[in-house]
Design a protein. Structure first.
Length: 359
């Protein structure tokens, strides 16, 4: 996510979604009652301007809507913001009518809220700095390997090695050379992960990548846990990495990393709840009680809860979020579209990890 303008004091932010995962973020941030501005197209009857009411023309313009509904269209990779036109050129007669803004990748969107909650701001700022999130990608095949760090839509090559395997009749020598290459690649990955952290994507031509994954699982299980995607490509070396980038592997990896992060925090909550120590609670009333005591370290709320609550429930939820944030607690939105989110939904959609037990 690129932030072009941030004026949280006056409620105005302009962003450009750069990754498909940014649509999930905006889907949870843009809410009913907000004002949204974006460039769009609208059919204008020319008679309103040129006295030819029988004809119409679709023109490009910037409209402001008072938001009524937000939809995430995954099939077409876009966000649809539906609402009532509240700001438009006077001569097109659009104010007060319904319209839908279609937000695609690299489309500027201005969002105006009466008040930006801290968790909204934190999510936007994290997304804007995400291009520096360390994601390591390795292309490996029977000709060698290449390791790079993904940044945005580019790659910084960090290590590479080329080999020339003996003929197929020299099986022992081939296996030894492959094993030595696997050891070298594993050492390079371990060094890189130790220095920058991050997750890993393994891509490759043929079966060698799968053999390497098995080698990693057996010899470096902790490192193996950081692999978030394995993908086949048709090219070797650097070309294989760039092919994977063009296929959208970075966007998918970022989404997968988010799901992993959300799953870990929900599993931690469930673990605490199961131990019965009193340092995990769920349900709006219980989380409110914990917040009053200053006990909430991290509040978990499902995206569905934020979107589908009644006005009264939403008002209570926002007051609770403000209360948690005012006491230095963190608020995290959890998607219901993966297993951990579904578990949280089954508990009412609101839960909290506590700094200290409460009875």
């Amino acid at each position: 996510m690129k932030i072009l303008e941030r004026d949280y004091k006056h409620g105005r932010v302009t962003v450009i979604p750069e990754f498909l995962d940014d649509f999930w973020l905006l889907y949870n941030i843009v809410q009913k009652g907000d004002i949204a501005y974006a460039r769009t197209t609208r059919e204008v009857r020319l008679g309103e301007r040129y006295e030819k009411p029988e004809k119409g023309k679709r023109i490009s313009l910037i409209l402001g809507l008072k938001v009524e509904k937000v939809l995430w269209d995954r099939s077409l990779n876009r966000l649809r913001i539906h609402g009532i036109v509240c700001n438009a050129p006077e001569d097109i007669g659009a104010i007060g009518s319904h319209h839908t803004l279609n937000i695609t990748l690299n489309t500027p969107l201005t969002i105006i809220k009466e008040r930006w909650l801290n968790y909204h701001i934190e999510q936007l700022e994290r997304a804007s700095s995400r291009r520096t999130t360390p994601i390591i990608i390795m292309s490996i095949d029977d000709e060698g390997y290449c390791i790079a760090i993904l940044r945005g839509f580019g790659a910084d090559i960090m290590a590479e090695e080329q080999i020339s395997l003996p003929g197929k009749y020299m099986e022992d020598e081939r296996l030894k050379m492959l094993n030595d290459m696997f050891k070298s690649a594993l050492k390079a990955l371990e060094s890189l992960v130790d220095s920058i952290g991050g997750s890993m994507i393994i891509v490759g031509l043929g079966f060698i990548k799968d053999e390497f994954i098995r080698f990693m699982r057996e010899n470096a299980p902790d490192l193996y846990k950081k692999v978030i995607d394995v993908k086949s490509v048709n090219s070797t070396g650097k070309a294989g990495i760039y092919e994977a980038i063009r296929s959208g592997v970075l966007t998918k990896a970022l989404e997968r990393a988010r799901i992993i992060e959300e799953t870990l925090v929900v599993e931690e909550f469930l673990k605490r709840l199961g131990m019965g120590r009193g340092d995990a609670v769920y349900g709006l009333n219980e989380v409110e009680r914990a917040s009053v005591l200053g006990a909430v370290e991290e509040m978990l709320v499902t995206d569905e809860k934020l979107r589908e609550s009644s006005e009264d429930e939403m008002a209570s939820l926002e007051n609770l979020i403000r209360s948690v944030e005012s006491k230095n607690g963190r608020v995290r939105i959890i998607s219901v579209e993966h297993e951990a989110g579904a578990k949280l939904k089954s508990l009412g959609g609101v839960a909290a990890l506590l700094r200290f037990p409460i009875s």
